[in-house]
Design a protein around this ligand. Sequence first.
Ligand code: AMP
Length: 217
Amino acid sequence: MKKRIVLLGPPASGKGTQADRISAAYSIPHVSTGALLRSECEKDTPLGREADEWTSKGLLVPDDLVVRIVTRWMDEHGPSFIFDGFPRTVGQAVYLDVALQELNLPLDLIVLLELPESEIRRRVSDRLSCTKCGATFGATLHGLSLGDACPRCASPLVRRNDDNSEALDRRLEVYTNQTEPVVDYYEKNSPKLLSRINAVHGSDEVFGSLVRILGDA
Ligand code: AMP
């Protein structure tokens, strides 16, 4: 059974949705560093205030801050996880490898969800998010508008502070410059663990591909 999984992919590639589905089907905790940071931000903690300076501009939060939040999460929940949006830099990937080596529990699977830029832009401009349960919805696909009740938990749907075209330009640049090297890092160091999925397909089809990969456990 694969218990330590990393999901990589550009904004709106469906990492959160697929991590939720794997989590429910295989009982592995889903950890989104973006959601952990947003929660700190909403609670107005010093860490949240520091993170907001970066996230609101579409920039990556510095590694030391993200490592702090991930270390705290692993101390509280143990080393079984689906990471969504972590690691996003080679420094974070090295930190994770070292932390897991110390526990003698290596990563089991790395999945890259691939999506062309035109589809990323279309999805982000149409995306509504729930700040309470973290679910995201395509407004057009689901017939939802800003402020509508989240179909899952009934909290009002919002547009994320970084789901605008200016922040998206920066997030895409950051993805190319800082996160694509993480894929190269895993390709070099853990080629057998890395799988690629075309995320342009619908959620069910992408999940089916994931289940086939996870079924090889
Ligand atoms: P996400 O919800 O994964 O799209 O993340 C939203 C924002 O949180 C990102 O644009 C970054 O500013 C920040 N963030 C999330 N995860 C990380 C990470 N692993 N490293 C640095 N910044 C992160």
